[in-house]
Design a protein around this ligand. Structure first.
Ligand code: 5GP
Ligand code: SF4
Ligand code: MG
Length: 457
């Protein structure tokens, strides 16, 4: 998911809905299922959400109706599959403490347990969002002040959350103590902006000030900006997949530009293989940066040998397998005249189920490739993610039960090289960041959670 928030200082003439719309548009890659914007006009909330892309949910008319001094927005990508309007965010709740809008990126590992607990004590849930757990905890908290109640609630939940909350008078941003998902603060003249990724600052001309730290909560209101740590400070366990695949290449995380990190990962992959090839070809678009780095390091020429129809969304995020199978063909087509008779080193960021690689390699061979060697810019994904990325249930992960040789066989490649975990980590220079690598290593920083029964982001 992607989150965005804006706090306009009272004397600014800032169109908060428009800024949020643009910010969400830049964050669209983080989720395409639903989009929502909630504005706050002197304490009065208006929330608008829809099950579609940002540009389809909001038109000029809709945006004009959203006026205020603060806004929070969300784009959603569900991690277990149920695409319902009731699960679209921001989630707005009202308690005796006041109105509260929440936009959340991540997954709580104790979400279901907390929900059961709350339901036994009378809470009635309206969605299957684990974000709603936080809302109920706030309502039930013995703290009267809504921000204290929120802080207290965040101490009780476990998991991944980069969260933006809006109360009647404040905009709040918080990151879980491990810092799994990105979250940054920016400034646009006197207004404060919070966003999942810095590409959302660029689109509105805001300046990136800094990242929000693990375990930090930032409160912005009339009194200015205040920060504190609400829990023990654990070292960063930033999701390494954000660098491999998920984040946008123009974003900067921990001082490291994502595109450059991916190019360096490609260079490292080249250092780790001695396969001979005539051309380096990326699987578009996710394989492009690492293929560039690979070509640079190996000296093998880079060619865009596969065309991508850019009017098709990301395949992986479609809910069912049938749609996914069909979509690879709709989306990608090898360019026969480039590929024919050549030994191709094909590069992609990851293999999850193996669907994409298998189909592309078959297409490449049909187009006359002499050999297709596959290079992957991540280690084998052998364990599911419980912290907000849909790397699926374990049985769907091809590397869970198969060796590299078996996977190579299955996808029909002439060879298969994955980058090593050490090589991958050495390629990323995010200041002071430690990484979660659980989907490769099975080393879960905070336990495996409730597996497939866990609630959604
Ligand atoms: P597969 O076809 O092996 O199941 O999926 C791998 C492909 O899905 C890669 O090309 C990768 O770029 C893409 N992909 C899309 N979304 C995700 C995601 O959330 N995680 C990962 N690891 N890959 C994804
Ligand atoms: Fe990221 Fe993998 Fe950790 Fe999930 S398990 S947070 S995808 S590194
Ligand atoms: Mg891809």
């Amino acid at each position: 998911c992607g989150v965005f928030g804006v706090y306009a200082t009272s004397d600014d003439k800032v169109d908060v809905a428009n800024l949020t719309y643009l910010g969400l548009h830049a964050l669209q890659h983080r989720g395409q299922e639903s989009a929502g914007i909630c504005v706050n006009d002197k304490g009065e909330f208006t929330n608008r959400r829809g099950m579609d892309l940002v540009t389809n949910v909001f038109d000029e008319e809709a945006l004009e109706e959203l006026t205020g001094q603060m806004a929070v927005g969300h784009v959603r990508y569900s991690t277990t599959g149920s695409s319902l309007l009731s699960n679209a965010q921001p989630l707005v709740t009202n308690s005796i403490k006041g109105e509260l809008a929440l936009a959340h990126n991540g997954n709580l590992v104790n979400g279901l347990e907390m929900r059961k607990n709350l339901e036994q004590r009378g809470s009635i849930f309206h969605s299957t969002l684990d974000t709603e757990v936080i809302a109920h905890l706030v309502a039930r908290s013995f703290k009267d002040d809504i921000i204290e109640a929120l802080t207290h609630s965040l101490q009780k939940v476990k998991g991944a959350f980069s969260l933006i909350a809006m109360t009647e008078d404040s905009l709040v941003a918080a990151r879980d103590p491990h810092g799994f998902r990105p979250l940054a603060i920016g400034k646009l003249e006197d207004s404060y902006i919070i966003a999942s990724e810095t590409c959302a600052f660029d689109i509105i001309g805001a300046e990136h000030i800094r990242d929000i730290e693990p375990g930090e909560i930032v409160v912005i209101n009339e009194e200015g900006i205040k920060s504190k740590y609400y829990g023990e400070r654990t070292p960063y366990n930033f999701c390494v997949f954000e660098f491999i695949y998920f984040a946008r290449p123009d974003s900067v995380i921990g001082g490291q530009n994502v595109q450059l990190a991916r190019e360096e990962i490609g260079r490292q992959l080249a250092r780790e293989t001695d396969i001979e090839a005539d051309l380096v070809v990326p699987v578009p678009s996710s394989g492009i940066p690492s293929a560039l780095g690979f070509a640079e390091e190996s000296g093998v020429p880079y060619k865009k040998g596969i065309l991508r129809n850019r009017y098709v969304g990301r395949t992986f995020i479609q809910p069912t397998q049938e749609i996914r199978n069909l979509k690879v063909k709709i989306k990608l087509n090898p360019i026969k005249d480039i590929i024919e008779g050549k030994r191709i080193f094909l590069i992609d960021d990851s293999i999850v189920r193996g669907t994409t690689s298998k189909q592309i390699i078959r297409m490449m061979k049909e187009a006359g490739a002499k050999e297709v060697h596959m290079g992957i810019a991540s280690p084998p994904v052998a364990y599911p993610c419980y912290y907000g990325l849909d790397t699926s249930r374990r049985q769907e992960l091809i590397a869970a039960e198969n060796s590299v040789e078996e996977i190579c066989d299955h996808i029909g490649a002439d060879s298969l090289t994955y980058i090593s975990q050490e090589g991958l980590l050495a390629s990323i220079e995010a200041n002071g960041y430690g990484f979660c690598t659980a989907c490769f290593s099975g080393d879960y920083p905070i336990g495996e959670g409730e597996g497939k029964f866990s609630l959604e982001c």
